[in-house]
Write a protein that binds this ligand. Structure first.
Ligand SMILES: NC(=O)C1=CN([C@@H]2O[C@H](COP(=O)(O)OP(=O)(O)OC[C@H]3O[C@@H](n4cnc5c(N)ncnc54)[C@H](O)[C@@H]3O)[C@@H](O)[C@H]2O)[C@@H](O)CC1
Ligand SMILES: Nc1ncnc2c1ncn2[C@@H]1O[C@H](COP(=O)(O)OP(=O)(O)O)[C@@H](O)[C@H]1O
Ligand SMILES: [K+]
Length: 468
């Protein structure tokens, strides 16, 4: 599991670790990891040119200590000091290693290969001061390595309300922070690199499933399995106006993860579904329903009929408009526009603070909420949140959400808890999209086709060192 903690969690863990360590030991670990990551990105040291942007706190200290290590490797290092206060020991170390420091923009090497953002870290308030904005604008074409977090983002919420750094790489320390995973701040981080500090941390604020976690959670048939013991998922989707949504939701449900798939909808749509998926049968008992994709005016009835069965329901698309009370055990799968309409706020507000809105929705409807987007959030009513980091922007295509709803329904029917079904489904969906895209465009149907292959690769046992 990739885990992200709040600033308070990190401060507590750092204080505990520092009590047992010599002064400055954590900063040395951080600086060593940062310097190594920078050298890696530069492809070497000697003759390269690096500009450090140095703020007043320990984030600037990390940059200076790392700069000293880079200078010792032959990198030409300039430090631009943004504050009257500077980490003194770090600055002295940089200067004695042959680096330069200035407060004058015009003294800087005009063509650095890389900018290191040590403006602020976890102690920063969101936004940047004009002097920081000016220097970032001057070197706008140069890739930035952010120290700990891209300066200017709100570390605990992932909001970006003002100017902020856009990094190609973020080198963080001890643990990931919420802003590394949650949009829109995650979009400013670039690639992530974690330097271990040996901190002892508690429960994370948000987490992201990794292949091992998905492997452990994936349903698989027991040796004595029958189709009914593996679970049956039912899909109530599609209408005369939107028959395709039924096909896509069924395609997401019918990837072999359950024993059987049922489809309930208009006869003409059912004929199309059966033609494409001969395994699919009609109405009957199910362990989970998927309702809403392409439901149009029938969505309210679909939801009411599914709810009458007292099994978990994945509520998607048109059915989301008919959610009135709490839905314990169920999963809602809105995108930002749909969640905004449900909460009575503007879409922009949800997009600016998806974590806050997903958590609020999960609490309000007492169920798991999947807020779809670049980094889809899966929020549980008790406050836990998982972030999906698989997938790619090509997945933002019509019908992709229908496939996801079907897939999550199948995992629910197979017996996963709603939080696991939603997060594993979203992870598989993203991974299948990446496989389907293979570096290019994709359509929603292709995402469904690639799900079995992703499941296969995820289930394959990790290679043992001894057996090769
Ligand atoms: N505490 C520790 O043991 C460790 C801390 N480390 C580093 O220390 C950082 C935290 O250091 P600090 O607590 O000193 O805090 P920061 O360096 O993040 O920033 C705090 C300083 O920046 C100023 N500031 C706040 N918002 C600003 C803004 N928007 N624009 C300009 N200046 C602003 C504040 O006045 C304050 O002086 C971490 O992010 C990490 O990089 C690492 O060295 C690992 C060990
Ligand atoms: N920028 C992005 N990067 C990666 N995935 C995205 C991005 N934007 C949207 N997605 C994903 O694309 C899918 C779109 O689903 P949805 O909005 O429901 O479309 P539809 O209603 O047409 O099916 C979701 O799984 C969402 O997480
Ligand atoms: K920073």
């Amino acid at each position: 599991m990739l885990r992200a903690h709040t600033v308070d969690d990190v401060r507590r863990a750092e204080a505990a670790a520092m009590a047992d360590l010599p002064d400055g030991a954590l900063m040395q670990r951080a600086a060593a990891g940062l310097a190594a990551a920078v050298l890696d990105l530069l492809g070497g040291g000697y003759g390269r040119r690096v500009l450090l942007l140095v703020g007043s706190g320990d984030n600037g200290g990390d940059a200076l200590w790392a700069g000293a290590r880079l200078a010792a490797r032959g990198v030409r290092v300039d430090a631009f000091l943004l504050s009257d206060r500077t980490h003194e020991a770090g600055l002295a170390e940089l200067l004695s290693a042959g680096g330069r420091a200035t407060r004058d923009l015009d003294d800087l090497d005009p063509r650095p290969d890389l900018v290191v953002d040590g403006i602020v870290g976890i102690g920063g308030r969101p936004g940047l001061r004009p002097d920081a904005v000016a220097v970032l604008e001057r070197f706008a074409d140069v890739p930035v390595v952010a120290v700990d977090v891209p300066s200017g983002v709100d570390v605990d919420t992932g909001r970006v309300d003002g100017p902020h750094v856009r990094a190609a790489l973020t080198v963080t320390f001890g643990t990931h922070k919420v802003a590394h995973l949650v949009d829109p701040a995650s979009l400013a981080c670039g690639a992530l690199h974690l330097v271990d500090l040996g901190l002892d941390l508690g429960a994370p604020a948000v987490e992201a499933l990794q292949p091992d976690d998905v492997r452990a959670l994936l349903p698989r048939p027991s040796v004595d399995a029958q189709k009914y013991t593996r679970g049956v998922v039912g899909v109530r989707a599609g209408s005369g106006t939107y028959p395709g949504a039924a096909l896509l939701a069924v395609a997401g449900a019918n990837t072999g993860l359950v024993g059987m798939v049922r489809y309930v909808g208009p006869e003409r749509v059912a004929d199309t579904v059966r033609a494409a998926h001969p395994e699919v049968v009609g109405n009957g008992r199910v362990q989970a329903w998927v309702v809403g994709p392409g439901g149009g005016d029938d969505a309210a009835t679909m939801l009411a009929e599914a709810r009458a069965d007292d099994v978990p329901v994945v509520v998607d698309a048109d059915a989301l408009r008919h959610v009135t009370g709490t839905l314990p055990g169920c999963v809602l799968t809105p995108h930002a526009g749909e969640l905004a309409a449900m909460l009575g706020v503007e879409r922009d507000e949800v997009e600016a603070a998806p974590l806050e809105h997903a958590r609020e929705a999960a609490r309000r409807w007492d169920c798991v909420v999947v807020l779809k987007g670049h980094h889809t959030l899966v929020a549980a009513p008790d406050g836990r949140v998982r972030v999906t980091t698989t997938g790619l922007p090509w997945l933002a295509t019509a019908g992709a959400g229908d496939v996801l709803a079907g897939l999550v329904g199948a995992l629910l029917a197979a017996g996963l808890e709603p939080y696991d079904a939603a997060s594993v489904g979203s992870w598989l969906h993203g991974a299948a999209a990446t496989e389907a895209a293979a570096g290019g465009p994709l359509t929603a149907s292709r995402v469904a086709v690639h799900i079995p292959q992703v499941v296969r690769e995820t289930l394959a046992p990790p290679r043992s060192g001894m057996l090769g």
